[in-house]
Design a binder for this molecule. Structure first.
Ligand code: ADP
Ligand code: MG
Length: 487
């Protein structure tokens, strides 16, 4: 992939991939969008269903202020226009998980208008992805087909839970960009506390609209892949779908605008249904709900109370600690990670701390399937290790062993170094002694080296380091060896 997007090389030439994402994010709120029923995940089936959610006759929806505030805060977090008046519409369709026979959503007048989300590309460049709109709508219940041999059952706990649907412009150009976009959006919402972003539990789902075209051509016909529930699957689904479309077109066929499903078992997409048009839903303003009118002073108060968001934090870490765009992006994805980093880096070399955190600690946590919250190493302990490298007490090489020991025993770095005698040898007399020993033991190699076989220098360095148990200061070994062998 080039930094300017993915190009598929077909039989007949190059194809560009175009992607627009519709993300459904469950609003963090104790109660549903139009009822007081609870929203906790994992409650017994149908234990969080009010008469409104079950669509009993005569029930009326009452808007939940918290959900409105969360949508506004999310809009502010993606630098979007907040619409001071918005309208709830009925989107009419029949399905067994939707007792009302319609979903209350927003159509022509959403609560949030255009915004943008910045992503960082693989080479560290930034790209802004346009957001078309964010609207509030109800989630549906959940049908289960595996609970009974001949019947399907429905759990309405999720029916009526507030969702934010966030629709991007068709600005994304590769699976990687799509992955970075969802990651950034999730990160912003987690900082704000407006969506927990938990894709396994379904609180964040993405639909991917994918099309292909010749570079520079107008947009091609898109297919929509529904309800992908992990970022890895999303990227796989887009990649597969784009290649499928190229093949269809190159074989002389046409792309039908349709809704497709991703099959995680084999990484492919398949037809679910042909695309319905908006007029099929008979949208009309919900007569049970007044237009939603926001108070400008309240919106300003919400804006003033926003926390520092990922982009601002990233810029600050780059300025304060000299971090690269990529490292700062990684460290600011989660607020907890940034806090861990800033504690460990306080008063220390920011780049060294970032390297240890990203390559060593994250590597270890990934391997053992843990998160930073379960880290066996505290920020202070990591800082302590970096201090020992910084002041020359241990080499970077020995530091890796110390780190492994810290993970194993939970001991502090300096205690391990003292106990195991791992202090770096920087005494020139002691190192000279080791070198003399190596020279005496390898008279033949010394002669070869001095006869012009320069490559042997590395052999001598290795021998001296070995004799020191890895503890000799490598720069001093190099320097003293040169003096003795070349001098
Ligand atoms: P619908 O309700 O029909 O799915 P939306 O407006 O809600 O329509 O969403 C359309 C989504 O599809 C947006 O994310 C938009 O960026 C994207 N999109 C539109 N045209 C294309 C295209 N030709 N290729 C890829 N994505 C597209
Ligand atoms: Mg759609």
């Amino acid at each position: 992939m080039s930094a300017d997007g993915m190009i598929i090389q077909g039989r007949t030439g190059d194809w560009e991939v175009v992607i627009g994402l519709e993300v459904h994010a469950q609003v963090m709120s104790a109660a549903k969008l139009f009822s007081g029923a609870a929203t906790a995940f994992g409650a017994p089936p149908n234990s969080q269903v009010s008469l409104v959610d079950a669509a009993m006759p005569g029930m009326l929806p009452v808007i939940n202020r918290t959900c409105v505030e969360q949508a506004v805060r999310t809009g502010l977090g993606i630098n979007a226009a907040i619409n001071m008046t918005s309208v709830f519409d009925r989107k009419n369709y029949f399905y067994a998980d939707l007792p009302q026979g319609y979903q209350i959503s927003q159509y022509t007048q959403p609560i949030v208008g255009e915004g943008e989300i910045e992503i960082v590309l693989a080479d560290g460049r930034r790209k802004n992805i346009g957001v078309e709109r964010l609207h509030l709508e109800q989630d549906a219940g959940k049908l289960m087909h595996d609970q009974h041999p001949s019947k399907s059952v429905v759990d309405l706990n999720r029916a009526g839970v507030a969702l934010m649907e966030i629709v991007s412009k068709p600005d994304l150009r590769s699976p990687e960009e799509a992955g970075a976009y969802v990651t950034k959006l999730r990160s912003i919402m987690r900082y704000l506390g407006t969506c927990d972003g938990n894709m396994e539990q379904g609180s964040l789902r993405a639909d991917a609209n994918v099309s292909v075209r010749r570079p520079g051509d107008p947009l091609g016909t898109r297919c929509e892949i529904k309800n992908v529930n992990s970022i890895r699957f999303l990227m796989q689904a887009i990649d597969y779908e784009a290649r499928r479309q190229v093949e269809v077109i190159e074989d002389g066929g046409e792309i039908d605008q349709e809704t497709r499903l991703f099959d995680a078992n084999n990484g492919t997409t398949r037809t679910m249904r042909s695309k319905e048009d908006a007029h099929d839903y008979r949208y009309f303003p919900d007569p049970d709900l007044l237009p939603l009118v926001l108070d400008p002073a309240e919106v300003e108060a919400l804006r003033a109370a926003l926390p520092e968001l990922p982009d601002a934090k990233k810029d600050r870490l780059m300025a304060d600690y000299g971090l690269s765009e990529i490292d700062a992006t990684i460290l600011t994805e989660e607020r907890e990670t940034a806090a861990f980093y800033e504690t460990a880096a306080a008063g220390r070399d920011g780049k060294t701390v970032a390297n240890w955190l990203i390559s060593e600690l994250f590597g270890l946590l990934n391997k053992t399937g843990r998160g930073l919250a379960d880290s066996p190493i505290t920020p202070e302990a990591l800082g302590g290790l970096v201090d020992l490298i910084g002041d020359g007490t241990i080499s970077g090489r020995i530091a890796k062993d110390v780190f492994a020991e810290m993970v194993e025993t939970g001991q502090a770095a300096d205690a391990i170094v003292a106990e195991k005698g791992l202090k770096q040898v920087s005494d020139s007399g002691e190192i000279a002694g080791l070198i003399d020993g190596v020279i005496a033991d390898n008279a033949d190699k010394v002669a070869e080296y001095q006869g012009g076989k320069d490559k042997l220098f590395g052999f001598f360095v290795g021998q001296v380091m070995k004799k020191s148990g890895g503890k000799a200061n490598p720069q001093m070994v190099n320097q003293l060896l040169r003096e003795k062998l070349d001098g």
